[in-house]
Write a protein that binds this ligand. Structure first.
Ligand code: 5GP
Ligand code: MN
Length: 339
C-alpha cells in the first residue's frame, strides 16, 4: 500500500460509503476478528457497513463484539447478493483468491464495487483495486491495525476494535509462538490491551469453552496419531463415523493438527478429516522451519496457505488420501531431513 493508494483511500472515505467486508469460507479467528475489527472502525467513521461470511463458523468465535450483525451467504443468498450489488467498496480480508469464498465467488467476481484486499497469504490474485498484501505479517488482524494507523486513525481503535483484532493475532500466531510473531506484533498487542482488550478474558472465551464431546474427539484423534520417523512426519485421521460418534460440530477439530507437531523431532504434521457431506477429505498441514506446506499443498492437495500452515482437500477416500500422502513423502525426504 503506497502513498498514492493511501491518498486515494482517504479521499474515498471522505464521504459516507456503502461498504461490505468479506472473508474466506470456514472463517477462523483471524477472518472474523479482522472483519469485525474493521467493521467497528468503519462504522465509527460514518460508513454503512455489512460483514458477510460465506458460511457458518465455530461457537467459540460467536461472542466477538459485532458477531450478531454478520450475515452468512449460504443462509441468505438474496439479501447478501443485494448488499454486494449495491456496495461502493468491498474489503476482502484474510484470503488471496475469490474461490476461497466458496459460493460467493460469482457474486464477488461480477461486482463492480471497488475492491480492497488486506491479506497475508502467499500468491495473492490481482482482482483488487487496492492491495495490502504481506506474507510476513502474523495475521490479517495485525494488518488491519497497521491499516487504521496508516490512515492516521489510531484514535478510533476503541475497546471493540481492540478486542476483535486481539482475537485474530492471538489465534493466527498460536498464542504468540509462531515465527511470524515479531516485536512489532507484541507492541501492537500491548497497545490493544491499553485500548481495552481484556487479554485474559479473550483467551478464556476462545480456548476454555470446550465441550465434553470435543475432548472425547481429541482423545480419538490422538489415538489415531501415526508417526513416520524416517520422514519426521506425524499424521492424524478422523473418519466421518468417528466425527459422528462424538457429535461433531464446526470448530471441534481446530488445533488438533498441532499435536503431531508437538512430538519431538517432528517437522511435518497433517490431519485428514473425512467430510461425507461435501464428498472430500479436508487436509490441514503444519510444519516447522523452512519446510513449506504451502508448496506441498499447492502441488498435491489443491490448496495453499503459508510456509508453516496450509490447507487443502482430496476427493479420494480417506485411506487413499493417506496412502497418497505417504507415497509423496520420499520426494521431500531431503527437505524434511534438513529441517
Ligand atoms: P487450515 O489448515 O487451518 O484450514 O488452514 C491453514 C492456513 O492455510 C490458513 O491460513 C488458511 O487460510 C490457509 N488455507 C487453507 N486452505 C487453503 C487453500 O485452499 N488455499 C489457500 N491459499 N490457503 C488455504
Ligand atoms: Mn489469517
Amino acid at each position: 500500500m503506497n502513498k498514492t493508494d493511501l491518498t486515494h483511500i482517504k479521499h474515498l472515505f471522505s464521504t459516507p460509503k456503502k461498504i461490505i467486508i468479506v472473508a474466506h469460507k470456514n472463517p477462523d479467528g483471524d477472518a472474523i476478528g479482522s472483519s469485525l475489527g474493521l467493521f467497528h472502525y468503519l462504522k465509527k467513521i460514518n460508513h454503512e457497513v455489512q460483514v458477510i461470511m460465506p458460511n457458518d463458523y465455530p461457537e467459540f468465535l460467536k461472542w466477538i463484539p459485532g458477531n450478531d450483525t454478520i450475515l452468512k451467504y449460504e443462509e441468505s443468498v438474496e439479501a447478501c447478493d443485494s448488499y454486494i450489488n449495491n456496495a461502493d467498496i468491498i474489503f476482502t480480508l484474510d484470503f488471496n483468491a475469490f474461490h476461497r469464498t466458496g459460493n460467493m465467488e460469482e457474486a464477488l467476481t461480477n461486482s463492480s464495487a471497488i475492491k480492497i484486499m488486506i491479506d497475508h497469504h502467499q500468491s495473492p490474485d490481482t482482482y483488487s483495486n487496492f492491495t495490502y498484501s504481506d506474507v510476513n505479517m502474523s495475521s490479517t488482524c495485525e494488518m488491519v491495525y497497521n491499516y487504521i494507523n496508516m490512515l492516521g486513525h489510531e484514535n478510533y481503535i476503541d475497546t471493540n476494535v481492540a478486542t476483535c483484532l486481539y482475537v485474530g493475532i492471538m489465534t493466527d500466531t498460536g498464542s504468540f509462538r509462531f515465527p511470524s510473531t515479531t516485536g512489532k506484533t507484541h507492541q501492537i498487542i500491548a497497545s490493544l490491551i491499553e485500548k481495552g482488550a481484556n487479554n485474559s478474558q479473550i483467551h478464556n472465551n476462545i480456548y476454555d469453552t470446550n465441550s465434553y464431546d470435543r475432548l472425547q474427539l481429541l482423545g480419538c484423534a490422538l489415538n489415531n496419531l501415526r508417526v513416520i520417523p524416517e520422514s519426521r512426519t506425524a499424521y492424524i485421521t478422523l473418519s466421518q463415523e468417528e466425527l459422528n460418534r462424538y457429535n461433531f460440530k464446526k470448530g471441534f477439530t481446530e488445533g488438533f493438527v498441532n499435536y503431531g507437531l508437538s512430538l519431538q523431532g517432528i517437522v511435518l504434521a497433517a490431519i485428514f478429516i473425512e467430510d461425507k457431506h461435501e464428498g472430500i477429505i479436508k487436509i490441514s498441514l503444519r510444519s516447522k522451519g523452512n519446510f513449506s506446506v504451502n508448496l506441498m499443498s499447492r502441488e498435491h492437495f489443491n490448496g495453499g496457505g503459508h510456509t508453516n500452515a496450509a490447507g487443502g482437500r482430496s476427493t479420494l477416500t480417506l485411506t487413499e488420501t493417506v496412502e497418497n500422502f505417504i507415497s509423496i513423502l520420499p520426494n521431500y525426504k531431503h527437505a524434511l531431513k534438513n529441517e
